[in-house]
Design a protein around this ligand. Structure first.
Ligand code: C2E
Ligand code: MG
Ligand code: MG
Ligand code: MG
Length: 285
């Protein structure tokens, strides 16, 4: 019987891998058409200065509205786009959208810093520095208004090349953030060599911040590390007032999370900022 069960199990396992591969192949095919078919769009999530409750920035996040399958989360399709290289084109499109939007907000009198995720695959492109600087020019956006979020994996394949490119971008005035800090192959050597201005504490350490002592210690350590290296620390995944209060008192400067707002389309983002600022002015008077 055991043999029988084992065998069935194995067949089930193979069938399920087969199903996953087919599904991925299908998604890959559809993803190739997503950009020309206008199925991709960008949403913005506010970043809030914890000390004075002002919105200081926005992270641009990609969304895919599939005609039949509905909204597909980036965690499902970005790895596919990275594996087949289409992330280069898609990432450039996101950068264009985000820079246009940030420039537009500046023209409307509410300048804001825009954070865009840069894939390790994009950073490996020979032309990436030029592409980014060209994009700023095209949209007449000041380099100081753009922040690029890179993960620690970006430094792994060719650290010298990555450092070199980030230095060029940084010297042009663009800020660099290490995203999901603490979840990758964190090495303090990388951090020392990198021209980095922001550390983003991954949301996995924030969600249980006040109940799990390990998470509290990890968050504290990242905040202290930021302080000693003179970096601004951003907490992602802030969902409660208690987390906000703790992070602010502990010295974390910026918060991002559902407690303020989910990532929303530009129009909604504008409404959010107005309402949020009106509310915080009220609270202060
Ligand atoms: P990320 O860059 O670390 O982005 C933060 C993720 O946390 C976002 O997920 C955001 O919606 C989510 N988040 C923010 N606040 C909260 C919260 O309070 N609670 C919870 N549970 N989640 C929160 P999203 O939008 O699904 O994106 C997932 C990942 O996909 C991103 O993680 C990033 O790695 C990648 N991604 C998204 N857009 C792009 C893009 O344009 N280019 C590249 N290369 N990657 C992208
Ligand atoms: Mg990010
Ligand atoms: Mg992150
Ligand atoms: Mg993350």
């Amino acid at each position: 019987l055991a043999k029988q069960v084992g065998h069935n199990h194995f067949q089930f396992f193979v069938a399920s891998i087969d199903h996953d591969i087919r599904e991925r192949k299908q998604l890959e095919k559809e993803l190739a058409l997503a950009l020309p078919n206008h199925e991709l769009f960008v949403v913005y999530q506010p970043q809030v200065n914890l000390a004075n409750s002002r919105v200081v920035g926005a992270e641009a996040l990609l969304r895919w509205q599939h005609p039949e399958k509905g909204l597909i989360p980036p965690d499902r399709f970005i790895p596919i786009a990275e594996a087949n290289g289409t992330i280069v084109e898609i990432g450039q499109w996101v950068l264009d959208q985000a820079c246009w939007q940030a420039a537009q907000w500046s023209r409307e009198g509410s300048p804001i810093r825009i954070a865009v995720n840069l894939s390790a695959v994009q950073l490996r492109q020979e032309s990436i520095v030029n592409d980014i600087l060209e994009t700023l020019k095209r949209h007449k956006l000041s380099a100081s208004q753009l922040e690029l979020e890179v993960t620690e994996t970006s430094f792994m394949t060719n650290i010298k090349d990555a450092v070199d490119k980030l230095h060029k971008l940084n010297r042009a005035g663009i800020r660099i953030a290490v995203d999901d800090f603490g979840t990758g192959y964190s090495s303090l050597t990388y951090l020392k060599q990198m021209p980095v201005q922001y550390l983003k504490i991954d949301k996995q350490f924030i969600s249980d911040l006040l109940n799990n002592e390990d998470d509290t210690r990890i968050a504290n350590t990242i905040i202290d590390l930021g302080k000693s290296l003179n970096l601004t620390v951003i907490a992602e995944g802030v969902e409660t007032e208690e987390q906000e209060v703790y992070l602010n008192e502990r010295g974390c400067q910026i918060g991002q999370g559902y407690y303020y707002s989910k990532p929303v389309i530009a129009r909604e983002f504008e409404r959010f900022v107005k309402a949020f600022h009106a509310e915080t002015v009220d609270n202060h008077s």
